[in-house]
Ligand binder design. Sequence first.
Ligand code: SF4
Ligand code: SF4
Ligand code: SF4
Length: 195
Amino acid sequence: MLTAIIIFVGLALVFGLLLGYAAIRFKVEGNPMTEQIDKVLPQTQCGQCTFPGCKPYAEALAKGETEVNLCIPGGNDVMLLIAEITGLEPKALDESVAVEKPKETAFIDEDVCIGCVLCIKACPVDAIIGATKLMHTVIQSECTGCDKCAPVCPVDCIDMRPEKVSLENWQWPEPKPSMESTPLASQYLVTEKTQ
Ligand code: SF4
Ligand code: SF4
Ligand code: SF4
């Protein structure tokens, strides 16, 4: 009996050490550029960049998979900072989409919902709860307003509505990022003014 216990403890120690070594040896580091970009984004999680939030946009930028000019709330200031960090060419915001709008969240008309779960599959942040053939609802505090759920609803029962401002969710406006510390940004601004 004692021998069996000693063998089990010994094996547990060996596997523990192996797992600890593997965790250190094969640790996957996050991309530091993603963190850098994420820091300059406004963090309103509004989804206007077509990504489900600021972090996914930062990740796509760090991989070079998207454009620098998609964050409408951040405006040209943020676009220039992104260009500075990524080394990508600055690109003016598209005037056709450069309209700031208040943050919206999704609402489901629970009387109309048929419980097809398509919206749950589309939601990148798991903000929708429900089950097959049962009504669904949106956890408002989790919804980033990315609008990925509304188009997939077969009965058109998802509405995007402006978020109600309350004492719980009101925030001071984000300070604008400093432009003085970004030579490329300053250069771009000068070029833009002289055009
Ligand atoms: S558009 Fe909205 S979600 Fe996208 S990066 Fe800007 S603030 Fe974040
Ligand atoms: S509920 Fe809809 S709008 Fe809200 S985060 Fe999920 S997919 Fe986006
Ligand atoms: S996609 Fe529409 S009908 Fe289907 S579960 Fe979601 S809200 Fe209900």
